[in-house]
Design a protein around this ligand. Structure first.
Ligand code: LMR
Length: 415
């Protein structure tokens, strides 16, 4: 019966990760999958997460294994939405203003960022029927799979300028303003673009947001690195907050993940937020939520509760939230140090090429600029693993291996 199944290529980050694990060479380096590693090359359960886990364990709540509502944990969702949209910042001036803003967002707990992207795509595909989804080229490869499954036609906009090694604003703006139509969806990485680490400036975000408003394009933000990118959760949500507060009639989606910024990769913690126009009729949000719950119930009933309890415990406590910000700084600073270390080593070696993009790009990844055959060579000759596009996960670098990696890059660039 299954002999007729078509062949499906393996998912690249996980395939590269598997190949790294199977390699027995002691000098091997994993720059493939996007996970944080300490300077010893180990995973890092955030200190604040361990503290919250201890608290939860000691509380030993008898309800801890009960079902959640289909929507998820209401307190977790409200804290998650606050983190994205910054409602709390408005509370000081007017509780009512903050409350009105909250009413404009419909949130549902999801199986991390992938689940949020998938649920949002399915909801839009079934109900809004977009003509197409505009996907940045390049992007996180799973965006293609997610929108394939939702059966929405896919088109690409040119995201990356390989000459300047930066965001291709002109190409993006020209493509969307010429070809995108009302009701099309556009995928936007809210910060720390995966795989390039190249982001729009605030001025560019403003122009893109205005374009979406004028043309009726539906922005779909993928927010996988809030706080992880710059160490500042507010800064990393700037584009979303701008569009929500300053262009308050634009309706859009945000897929939020807590994998990277809480180090809760395998716990699958996330949320989908649907931002409604300030003019939306009052009954829209309850019906939208009912539609989302209907999809979730049919797929997996509800998102898992364990990891969300941890995030809720941290974000709901002033003291723990402060510690979380410290942990974010630890991670983002180590990444920054490694960017500089790799850059310095390549400059020291006189490796042909311009390497400034390594320190200009932000977040977990850099598009290092190796060709596909140079990537194969670096893996074969030096046991260094990265995606075939030349995307490297900076957090796989540390004081012990950065010189080795720089020498290997030097080798494959010269030969
Ligand atoms: C990556 O891009 O390597 C990470 O975001 C892991 C994933 O889910 O693909």
């Amino acid at each position: 019966m299954f002999s007729t199944l078509s062949e499906v290529p393996p998912d690249e980050p996980f395939a590269v990760n598997g190949a790294y694990k199977r390699d027995s060479n002691p000098q091997k380096v994993n720059l493939g999958i996007g996970v944080y590693r300490t300077s010893d090359g180990n995973p890092w359960p955030l200190r604040v997460v361990e503290e919250a886990e201890k608290e939860l364990f000691e509380a030993s709540d008898v309800n801890r294994h009960e079902y959640l509502a289909i929507q998820g944990d209401a307190d977790f969702l409200s804290l998650a939405a606050d983190l994205v949209f910054g409602f709390g910042d408005y509370e000081g001036s007017s509780r009512q203003v903050a409350e009105n803003m909250r009413q404009r967002v419909v949130s549902i707990q999801t199986v991390s960022g992938t689940g949020a992207n998938r649920l949002g795509a399915e909801l839009l595909a079934r109900n809004i029927r977009p003509g197409c989804v505009w996907i940045p080229n390049p992007t996180w490869a799973n965006h293609y799979t997610i929108w394939d499954l939702a059966a929405v036609p896919k088109k690409e906009y040119p995201y990356y300028d390989s000459t300047s090694k930066a965001f291709d604003f002109n190409g993006t703006f020209r493509t969307l303003s010429t070809y995108a139509k009302a009701n099309d969806v556009v995928i936007l990485h809210a910060c720390a673009h995966n795989p390039t680490g190249a982001d729009p400036s605030q001025e560019q975000w403003k122009m893109l947001a205005q374009l979406c408003k004028e043309k009726g394009i539906i922005p779909f933000f993928d927010l996988a690195y809030q706080g992880f990118a710059s160490g500042d959760a507010k800064k990393d949500a700037w584009a979303i907050r701008h569009i929500f507060h300053d262009l308050n009639q634009v309706e859009f989606c945000v897929a939020q993940s807590f994998s990277k910024n809480f180090g809760l990769y395998g716990q699958r913690v996330g949320a989908l937020h649907m931002a409604l126009s300030a003019n939306a009729p009052t009954n829209v949000s309850s019906n939208l939520l009912a539609n989302l719950c209907h999809l979730v119930r049919g797929e997996y009933s509800m998102a898992p509760r364990g990891g969300a309890e941890i995030v809720k415990t941290v974000l709901g406590s002033k003291d723990l939230r402060k510690k979380w910000l410290e942990d974010l700084t630890t991670m983002s600073e180590r990444i920054l140090q490694m960017r500089h270390a790799l850059f310095d080593e390549l400059v020291k070696l006189g490796t042909p090429g311009d390497w400034n993009h390594i320190t200009n790009q932000i977040g977990m990844f850099t598009y290092i600029g190796l060709t596909e055959s140079q990537v194969s060579a670096i893996t074969e000759r030096h046991h260094i693993y990265m995606l075939s596009s030349g995307r490297i996960s900076i957090s796989g670098l540390n004081e012990t291996n950065v010189q080795y990696v720089a020498k290997a890059i030097d080798d494959v660039v010269r030969t």
